[in-house]
Design a protein. Sequence first.
Length: 68
Amino acid sequence: MLRNAPASKKIALTFDLIQASRLLVLAGLRRRFPTASEGELRLRLISKLLAREDVIRAFGFDPNAANH
C-alpha cells in the first residue's frame, strides 16, 4: 500500500510517526520526572536526540545532573 502512495503521503506519514514518537517519549519523561517544568522536559527530550556533550555545550543542561 505504501509502495504505491504518492511521496506527499509518505512524507506526511513520516512526520506523523515522528510526532507520535516524540509524544511517547515526552509521556515517559513526564512519568519519570513528574515535577519537571515544560522547559526541562523539552531539554530532556533534546538530550535523547543529541550527545550529552552537545546538550551541555548548546543549552548548559546536563541530563545526568541530579539537581534538575
